[in-house]
Ligand binder design. Structure first.
Ligand code: ATP
Ligand code: MG
Length: 420
């Protein structure tokens, strides 16, 4: 298949020689079963490559599955990939087939492969080398015929140096490397991409098309594009939706690219620092408060659960009336209500009634906590979106700024369906 028709079929815009080269390697390696590692900065367009490789291979009628290794919790990733036997861990009520079994005769795309835990890396190496794997909790080796295409925006050499990625796995995955270059090295594609995205969005939002002035074009050409094509696409969408003036001048561009004046030169460390500090104090305070509120809600849940199971002793309740009172502040309002008591064991019934009252109050409270949680979630989503915007979609930096791990950030992005 010609490179041009690959671009058309997969919706790839651009004609820079570096992009064509990457596509050419993908085309050539497709018919083989060789593992491919796709590298490149965040937002450069790595995700289309595994699809091309699968579609142009003899496996095209077999299954294709994309697994985001960063989004799966560490505790379940082995089971997701390789399956598990019934009873192999708490909660494993049924045996389950993993992706490597399900995708037999197809292709697995391991996205964000650098996020794989080290022990999973060992299992992966084995399946790549021998086609054999074992389900979690089983000692029986199973055979599978799966082609692996992996992608990452992490510098794997550095990850190897710091002991986070196995060198043997790197060489095994990297049999054929495909490097997708950053947008700033594909200058000839920038305007074409902007025009395509903005015309698509203008159509989607039923707005007139945008037109760049020559000065605005120059700014886009000289910008560093740290978030690459994802950033360009987001910017085109925002401008398409927000701007009434459809002739796009440098002033308008500057609103969406705050550091555009810094051009395509190497970024000074001081500038990076400035950007990193851009999170406002208010945002930070919000975050701390939300985290605390969530912790308190969780603690209350745990205490009520203990109460339910009768694990909070009556003595403790009697010795700490203030604590119980402040935890369940509505309790007093209900104390004078008529309660049908069991005459046989009034003391124990009293305690049970108190307990029921506590639980009822707790439930009342948690229903309002439920509402608060919802608004907390909105704020949290908002914080994440803002952090991603500030860092042009670079999740590592956004996670650092938010003070959470990248893995948690991936999960939150998925949970809140954030498309950035
Ligand atoms: N050449 C291109 N033509 C059209 N759209 C593109 C092109 N390259 C990338 N895109 C679009 O840019 C966005 C980002 O690309 P993609 O999701 O593949 O990035 P990525 O390299 O996987 O980044 P990350 O490492 O952050 O996951 C997607 O919406 C994708 O469709
Ligand atoms: Mg990606």
């Amino acid at each position: 298949m010609e490179i041009q028709s690959i671009k058309q079929r997969f919706g790839i815009i651009g004609h820079s020689p570096v992009l064509d080269r990457a596509l050419d390697v993908a085309r050539q390696v497709s018919p083989t079963d060789i593992s491919v590692l796709i590298t490149g900065e965040s937002g450069v367009g790595k995700e289309v490559f595994p699809k091309i490789i699968h579609q142009l291979s003899a496996r095209k009628h077999g299954p294709f599955i994309a697994v985001n290794c960063g989004a799966i919790p560490e505790g379940t990733i082995d089971s997701e990939l390789f399956g598990h036997e019934k009873g192999s861990f708490t909660g494993a009520h049924e045996a389950r087939r993993g992706y490597f079994e399900v995708v037999n005769n197809g292709t697995i795309f391991l996205d964000e492969v650098a996020e794989l835990p080290l022990l999973t890396q060992v299992r992966l190496l084995r399946v790549l080398e021998s086609g054999e794997f074992m389900k979690v909790g089983s000692s029986k080796a199973l055979k599978t015929n799966v082609r692996v295409v992996a992608a990452t925006n992490v510098n794997l050499q550095e990850a190897i140096q710091s002991g986070k990625f196995r060198e043997d796995l790197f060489y095994r995955l990297n049999t054929v490397p495909i490097y997708v270059p950053p947008l700033r090295e594909r200058q000839e594609d920038i305007i074409m991409l902007f025009k395509k995205f903005s015309s698509d969005f203008a159509e989607k939002y039923r707005m007139p098309p945008l037109q760049l002035t020559p000065e605005a074009e120059r700014i886009l050409l000289n910008y560093r594009w740290p978030g690459n094509i994802r950033q360009l696409k987001n910017m085109a969408e925002q401008i398409s939706v927000i701007e009434n003036n459809r002739i796009i001048s440098p002033e308008i561009i500057h609103k969406y690219l705050p550091h555009a004046a810094e051009s395509n030169l190497p970024v000074l460390v001081s500038d990076l620092k400035k950007n990193e500090n851009a999170i406002s104090e208010r945002d930070l305070l919000y975050k701390v408060l939300f985290d605390m509120k969530k912790d308190i809600a969780d603690l209350k849940k745990i205490i009520a659960e203990l109460d339910r199971s009768g694990l909070v002793s009556g003595d403790f309740q009697q010795e700490n009336p203030q604590l119980i009172k402040s935890l369940y502040k509505n309790m007093e309002d209900h104390q004078n209500e008529d309660i049908v008591r069991n005459p046989i064991d009034e003391k124990s019934q009293n305690r049970q009634d108190d307990l029921h009252q506590i639980i009822e109050n707790y439930e009342e409270e948690t229903s309002s906590i439920g509402e608060e949680n919802l608004s907390i979630q909105h704020k949290e989503r908002d914080l994440i979106v803002k952090a991603l915007q500030r860092h042009n979609g670079r999740r590592k930096r956004a996670a650092q700024e938010l003070g959470i791990s990248e893995r948690t950030l991936y999960r939150k992005i998925k949970e809140y369906d954030i498309r950035y």
